[in-house]
Design a protein around this ligand. Structure first.
Ligand SMILES: NC(=O)c1ccc[n+]([C@@H]2O[C@H](COP(=O)([O-])OP(=O)(O)OC[C@H]3O[C@@H](n4cnc5c(N)ncnc54)[C@H](OP(=O)(O)O)[C@@H]3O)[C@@H](O)[C@H]2O)c1
Length: 320
């Protein structure tokens, strides 16, 4: 399967095509019966993650979507019918930089008059908590970009990304930890009954973006919330059952969690994130979007576990 080259096919520009969300968007549009032209943005078009999309007919464009390169951003977005935008806080853990890069994409999309700007937003926990939970930097930054996009008047659709299923295993400092006795522990400062909208982001996030593009009821002015709600207790119980291993979820107190956090610059942010998930909800008082809007059913947590096992887990679990 390859993308269209017909100029009648809408041009979708995907920021972060080499990443989890952007790659997922490209794959979901490739699965569609509707024709699309795709331009994928990356700072390095020689990356294997970029080149595999070139084979599928993606036009790769090298661009740094960073402050100072406004002209480059506008050129990369030129001619787009749809822009998918995501910012990557994890690369620099700098809230102001994330906000600036998000605003830069909004400005560039507005300058080239896109018909739809799809933004991977998150909730404003600082505001929703009335300042009680001030440190969930990568949520508040994305919410600030949302507010800017709304005030710019750009045709905006929001597609929030759920809690990555991969977070349970790796990629974040608060993942599952192997214990000396052979068991595994998942310890966070929030109740086990707290629910998160879990998603196999690389496989399923793009489906929600595709719905925002293709469904007449969505498009500009809509908000789509991805993932399926599941509690931490259920996540761990299913994991223990599928893998046959001893795995325990325990809620730990905030202070020892912060003190022992392996990457101190994010200790308060992650502690606040857990507090916000428990007290406010990942999507605030909103629920994930109905899966009926999707072109196919997303993976359940159990299906995710069965699809990519390594010794019972999707990846090797490191010791505490
Ligand atoms: N972990 C979770 O549960 C979760 C849930 C919801 C939202 N999020 C958010 O997801 C975001 C990360 O998205 P992801 O998972 O798709 O990230 P990822 O897999 O690390 O990919 C990041 C992508 O962004 C591109 N990129 C980053 N900075 C860029 C720049 N200055 N100019 C051009 N391209 C740039 C990278 O391109 P190149 O490197 O190829 O240039 C890459 O394609 C974070 O902001 C995080 O807060 C995470």
């Amino acid at each position: 399967m390859t993308f269209s080259t017909e100029t009648s096919a809408p041009l979708v520009v995907i920021a972060g095509i080499t990443g989890k969300q952007g790659g997922s968007v490209a794959r979901a549009l490739l699965e569609s019966v509707k024709p699309y032209r795709i331009r994928g943005l990356t700072r390095d078009i020689t990356k294997p993650a970029a080149q595999k999309f070139a084979i599928a007919g993606v036009q790769l464009v090298a661009v740094a979507l960073t402050v100072g390169n406004e002209d480059g951003a506008r050129a990369a977005f030129a001619g787009a019918d749809v822009v998918f935008a995501v910012t990557n806080f994890n690369e620099h853990i700098d809230k102001e930089r994330e906000v600036a890069e998000g605003k830069l994409m909004v400005d560039a999309a507005k300058a080239v008059d896109v018909k739809l700007f799809i933004w991977s937003a998150l909730e404003p926990f600082g505001t929703l908590s009335q300042g009680r939970i001030p440190d969930v930097l990568f949520f508040d930054s994305k919410a600030e970009i949302t507010a800017y996009a709304k005030s710019s008047g750009i045709p905006l659709a929001i597609v929030q990304a759920g809690y990555y299923a991969t977070n349970i295993f790796d990629g974040v400092p608060y993942s599952l930890k192997a214990q000396p006795d052979g068991s595994f522990a998942y310890r966070l400062p929030m109740a086990g009954t707290t629910r998160v909208p879990l998603i196999d982001v690389e496989v399923d996030y793009g489906l929600y973006v595709r719905a925002a593009i293709e469904l007449p009821a969505l498009g500009a002015g809509s908000e789509v919330l991805s993932g399926r709600l599941i509690s931490l207790n259920e996540i761990i119980a299913d994991l223990a059952e599928v893998t046959g291993k001893e795995i325990v979820y325990s809620q730990i107190d905030r202070a020892p969690f912060v003190e022992a956090f392996p990457f101190q610059p994010l200790a308060l942010t992650i502690a606040d994130m857990c507090q916000a998930y428990e007290e406010i909800g990942y999507y605030g008082s909103k629920l994930p979007s109905s899966e009926d809007i999707l072109a196919r059913k997303p993976k359940s947590w159990r299906e995710f576990l069965k699809a990519t096992p390594k010794d019972g887990f999707p990846v090797e679990i490191r010791p505490a």
